[in-house]
Design a protein around this ligand. Structure first.
Ligand code: CA2
Length: 146
């Protein structure tokens, strides 16, 4: 059966491509979505690509994933460094989870070095730019045998 990947994006990522291109590049989130859709066709998986600025919405979507997704790619953005709620929701999801950061959070301010989500993630990709989303999808497809 076709595997479905849920790709979640946290706060302010809707503004990707409009500021700090030296850190985050020039692509918009719609550009990233288009590239993910292209790779999904190549891998033979389905994707559901979403963004929210609200922690509770992200928690609701992770909970929903238990019924509809086989794996999760998540860039929790600033919630990476603060959210036990997202960590707890991910812990209740049974499939593989890959955490993605466009920038290398370990090369940046000290407060970005700790990730709550990494305590649950099966893999973490940081500093590979928006290509990190594609690498994460390939890893999930491989883990899921897609
Ligand atoms: O490197 C990443 O992907 C981050 O998750 C991005 C978050 C930041 O808080 C994390 O520490 C690392 C920030 C997302 C802000 O998104 C924008 C990017 C460019 C322009 C506007 C917003």
């Amino acid at each position: 059966m076709t595997k479905t990947l849920l790709i979640l994006n946290g706060p302010n990522l809707n503004l990707l491509g409009t500021r700090e291109p030296d850190v985050y590049g020039h692509e918009t989130l719609d550009d990233v979505k288009a590239r993910c859709l292209g790779l999904a066709t190549e891998l033979g998986v389905g994707i559901d690509f979403r963004q929210s600025n609200h922690e509770g919405q992200l928690v609701d979507w992770v909970q929903e994933a238990r019924g509809m997704a086989d794996g999760i790619v998540i860039n929790p953005a600033a919630y990476t460094h603060t959210s036990v709620a997202i960590l707890d929701a991910l812990t209740m999801f049974q499939g593989p989870v890959i955490e993605v950061h466009i920038s290398n959070i370990h090369k940046r301010e000290a407060f970005r070095h700790h990730s709550f989500v990494s305590g649950r993630a099966d893999g973490v990709i940081a500093g590979c730019g928006t290509e990190g989303y594609l690498l994460a999808m390939r890893r999930l497809a491989s883990l899921l045998g897609a």
